[in-house]
Design a protein around this ligand. Structure first.
Ligand SMILES: Nc1nc2c(ncn2[C@@H]2O[C@H](COP(=O)(O)OP(=O)(O)OP(=O)(O)O)[C@@H](O)[C@H]2O)c(=O)[nH]1
Ligand SMILES: [Mg+2]
Length: 196
């Protein structure tokens, strides 16, 4: 699949999905704050500033819908686990995200992003279990591969897979928004979810 058109569609301020009631399929990008979700959306959309990116964690605060090729949505979610999160913010995040997942009837697949340099977090594992409970398929996107030497990348991906143990899904895709790599693999994977 080639992405020819990408535009911002809407934000949900609360998680409740009152927006996509038309049966348009959607896939969601989830993962810890700063892992590169918004950058990845910009990469595959071929647009520099479609979604806002920041060095500071916690840039994306709402559930943001982007309409792709006039046919499906990519949903860019706020990240979890950033430092200085107050208990109240964490609860707000939890409420928004669970409400989003529980009311998104057109959600066809989840992309869980993990930084190639890190071990999966407790939150990542919780997200995988949660998706399984809801019966939504997940692929792992290993991000920022430019941060590791080319020859070491597969070893690092294998480490992440091992760390996830029985929670690990089948599909792992390596991407770098910096090197602009992994775009085609990701788009093909999204297409697979949309037709299933
Ligand atoms: N080296 C490198 N840096 C990246 C890559 N992708 C994203 N970044 C940087 O990582 C930082 C965070 O990127 P975002 O795309 O805003 O991350 P996010 O997951 O959307 O973060 P939240 O909105 O806080 O959840 C920015 O400084 C990006 O420039 C990548 O592939 N390689
Ligand atoms: Mg973001």
């Amino acid at each position: 699949m080639q992405i020819k058109k990408a535009e911002f569609a809407s934000s949900l301020v609360k998680g409740y999905n009152e927006f996509n009631s038309k049966g348009i399929p959607e896939v969601a990008f989830v993962g810890r704050s700063n892992v590169g979700k918004s950058s990845l959306l910009n990469l595959i959309a071929g647009r520099k500033n479609l979604a806002f990116v920041s060095k500071k964690q916690g840039k994306t605060r709402l559930v943001n819908y982007f309409l792709i090729n006039d046919s499906f949505y990519i949903v860019d979610l706020p990240g979890y686990g950033f430092a200085n999160t107050s208990k109240q913010e964490m609860e707000q995040w939890n409420g928004m995200i669970s409400e989003y997942f529980e009311t998104s009837e057109n959600l066809k697949g989840i992309y869980l992003l993990i930084d190639i340099r890190r071990d999966p977090s407790e939150h990542d594992v919780m997200m995988l279990d949660y998706a399984r409970e809801l019966g939504i398929p997940v692929s792992i996107v290993v991000t920022k591969t430019d941060k590791v030497a080319k020859t070491k990348r597969n070893t690092e991906v294998a480490r992440i897979r091992r760390a996830l143990k029985e929670h690990a899904p089948e599909t792992f895709i390596q991407v770098s928004s910096e090197l602009r790599t992994g775009k085609d693999e990701l788009c093909d994977d999204i297409e697979r979810y949309l037709v299933e």
